[in-house]
Design a protein around this ligand. Structure first.
Ligand SMILES: [Fe+2]
Length: 68
């Protein structure tokens, strides 16, 4: 159950990472540096959350899921 929730949350994070990454690249192409900077900050935030979820899953939750 918890492993499934984490996997679903990570699916959303990956979607956000793709979206912010693409938007930041477009802002860069348009030389919108302030917007690009903000989009990179959001991108980094999403990456940190993804890493946190990975850490959480690997620490115990995935082990619990296979032990049931
Ligand atoms: Fe997110």
């Amino acid at each position: 159950m918890h492993a499934g929730l984490i996997a679903s949350a990570q699916k959303l994070e990956h979607y956000e990472i793709a979206a912010y990454g693409s938007a930041a690249a477009l802002a860069g192409q348009l030389e919108l540096r302030d917007d690009q900077h903000l989009l990179h900050e959001s991108l980094d935030e999403e990456k940190r959350m993804d890493a946190l979820l990975t850490s959480l899953a690997k620490s115990q939750i995935n082990q619990d899921a296979v032990a049931v």
